[in-house]
Design a protein around this ligand. Structure first.
Ligand code: ATP
Ligand code: NCN
Length: 201
């Protein structure tokens, strides 16, 4: 039996929104994935815990937004008590030997990737798909990671065409998916909620 091809979208999901769903649907189609798993992070190591929603609420919110048979919401990082991606991925791979994993992230995260714990190990462990996000395109495509790993970047045969072999390509390798351009962010939603709350009180 061929391995299942799984895209991993790690995130705070504080709260989940259509941007997460948009890049997940695009990943399913363009990277020919069987499923996308949203790994709700107990706490992003680089983000403040101030304003971080309760983990169970973020899980529940993600399940409401995902609403797709091939998008699953997972508490794996909480179960193994490991929010650092470089440490988490080997455990994920060990736990699911029938799966081939791809790491999915927005262009904003490629920009801050050099600050992640042992980010080179992540590059060496799984193929990485980076999704365009308004405001981050230039920085992502011209930043240190894009420069350093220029020769490992894969391209579709033509703009917008699938890369069906991506999940089985040996790392390091990465792709930039330019089609996604959703402006929404969890920060916008939290700010909007705060403003709405202030107006009502
Ligand atoms: N609109 C979007 N376009 C592309 N990628 C996105 C978008 N929204 C989120 N992502 C990506 O999804 C992953 C999880 O994102 P996260 O849960 O932090 O949401 P966020 O909107 O970036 O949150 P915040 O505004 O609190 O930083 C990250 O890799 C992020 O880059
Ligand atoms: O491992 C790290 O050092 C690290 C640093 C920053 C972010 N991450 C992971 O990147 C994913 C996206 O985080 P976020 O908060 O931008 O949604 C999430 O799974 C985080 O745990 C991981």
């Amino acid at each position: 039996m061929r391995p299942r091809k799984i895209g991993i979208l790690g995130g705070s999901f504080n709260p989940a929104h259509q941007g997460h769903r948009d890049i997940s649907l695009t990943a399913l189609r363009l990277l020919a994935l069987d499923e996308v798993w949203w790994l709700v992070s107990p706490q992003n190591p680089l983000k403040t815990s101030d304003g971080m929603g309760d983990f169970r609420d973020r899980m529940a919110g993600a399940k409401k937004i995902a609403k797709h048979p091939n998008i699953k919401v997972s508490d794996f990082e909480t179960r193994i008590n490991e929010p650092r991606t470089a440490k988490m991925l080997p455990k994920l791979i060990e736990s699911y030997p029938d799966c081939q994993f791809v790491w999915l992230m927005g262009a904003d995260n490629l920009v801050q990737f050099p600050k992640w714990y042992r980010w080179e190990n992540i590059m060496d462990t799984v193929p990485i798909a980076v999704f365009n996000r308004p405001g981050y395109t230039y920085q992502a495509l011209n930043g240190p990671i894009a420069q350093k790993f220029r020769e490992y970047r894969l391209f579709p045969a033509a703009e917008g065409k699938p890369i069906p072999h991506f999940a089985s390509s040996p790392p390091p390798c990465w792709v930039f998916v330019s089609q996604t351009a959703h402006k929404i962010s969890s920060t916008h939603i939290r700010n909007f909620r705060d403003r709405a709350g202030n107006t009502c009180s």
